[in-house]
Write a protein that binds this ligand. Structure first.
Ligand code: P6P
Length: 342
């Protein structure tokens, strides 16, 4: 009786194969990525149970066993900090959930050459309505010397110094997508073996698309150029590929992932409520910008390349436009009008 033994690479096997391609590699980056995969599996279990909150107890209360139930983003943050602190590949972290960075001062961790920044659970406000949410992460080489505790300088680096970045989407299936200089690959969690398996090798972002993603509720605070671009998306004729479809999940990892796979553009401009922008440069925008560029797409803040922005504080926010190059070209031609009118 033939057995269906699909030979797929697990995340661990893939990272080890990647490491073998670089004989001089120490294996630290591969180890760090495997640590993140472990945290993602643990977060996935709790996220999938969230629908049972009445049985498990609501966040901030006690469950039937009398145990304190943590808010899911606090739980996710604990998982990410825990695996990275107890691994051998990370000298410290910065998290959207924490006001300041955290140095790992034990002897082994402080010798590591990498630091990690992450949003442990982006879109967590959607979890009680069963909308996909995600973890977003990025890895940098530290700029301070190995062996001493990291400082804030190790975290205030521009995104163009990223070594690896990616995200996990806890949705209809759980997928981990990450990028290095060698490209972008996606791994879907196979619950039957508890491993992330290579499902989307060498992902390329289509250079064009017909889906635009923006919160129309903020329309009247958009710049004139952005309003014109949105109206073009809605009115272009069929001969010019239009009108476009509008999709907005309210969970950025899902909206950006759709654009990565199908082509499209996601836009979160500064608004009246958030004049500096809502999204975080370090924890959300840089990782996704690095990944989309490695897949052939583009990301700006409307004026400059996201990866070239030099952060001045850990929780800095920015306007964010990311997606297929041809759609970004067209958007930028309208946003340029705003600049010329100033
Ligand atoms: P709004 C989720 O809170 C998030 O940070 C992103 O994942 C998402 O794209 C955005 O905010 C949604 O914001 O203002 O449209 O609800």
């Amino acid at each position: 009786m033939p057995t269906t033994n699909r030979r797929v690479l697990t995340l661990d096997e893939f990272t080890i194969r990647e490491m073998r391609a670089f004989p001089q590699a120490t294996g630290e980056l591969s180890g760090l990525l495997r640590d993140i995969g472990l945290a993602a599996k643990r977060i996935n279990v709790e996220v999938n149970k969230a629908g049972l909150v009445d049985i498990l107890g609501d966040a901030g209360k006690q469950n039937v066993q009398g145990e304190d139930v943590k808010k899911l983003d606090e739980f996710a943050n604990d998982q990410m900090v825990g695996v990275l602190r107890h691994g051998i590949s990370c000298a410290g972290i910065a998290s959207e959930e924490l006001s300041d960075f955290v140095p790992f001062e034990d002897k082994i961790s402080s010798q590591s050459k990498y630091v990690c920044m992450f949003d442990p659970l982006d879109g967590s406000s959607n979890i009680d309505v069963n909308v996909s949410i995600g973890t977003i992460f990025s890895v940098y080489r530290r700029v301070t010397e190995c062996g001493i505790p990291v400082t804030v300088k190790d975290f205030l680096q521009p995104g163009n110094r990223i070594v690896a970045s990616g995200y996990v989407i806890y949705g209809s299936s759980t997928i981990l997508v990450y990028a290095t200089k060698r490209g972008v690959n996606g791994f879907t969690l196979d619950p039957s073996i508890g491993e992330f398996c290579l499902s989307h090798p060498d992902i390329r972002c289509p250079e064009n698309g017909n889906i635009y993603s923006i919160n129309h509720g903020n329309f009247f605070s958009f710049s004139e150029g952005l309003k014109k671009y949105v109206e073009l998306c809605q009115t272009r004729d069929k001969s010019n590929g239009g009108p476009y479809t509008q999709r907005y999940i309210g969970s950025m990892v899902s909206d950006v992932h759709r654009g990565l796979i199908k082509g499209g553009i996601f836009m979160y401009p500064p608004t009246a409520a958030k004049p500096q922008g809502k999204l975080r440069l370090l924890y959300e925008c840089n990782p996704l910008a690095y990944l989309i560029e490695k897949a052939g797409g583009r990301a700006t803040d409307s004026k400059q390349r996201i990866l070239d922005k030099v952060p001045t504080k850990l929780h800095e926010r920015t306007g964010f436009f990311i997606g297929s190059t041809k759609m970004m070209d067209e958007l930028e031609s309208f946003l340029k009008e705003d600049e010329e009118k100033k």
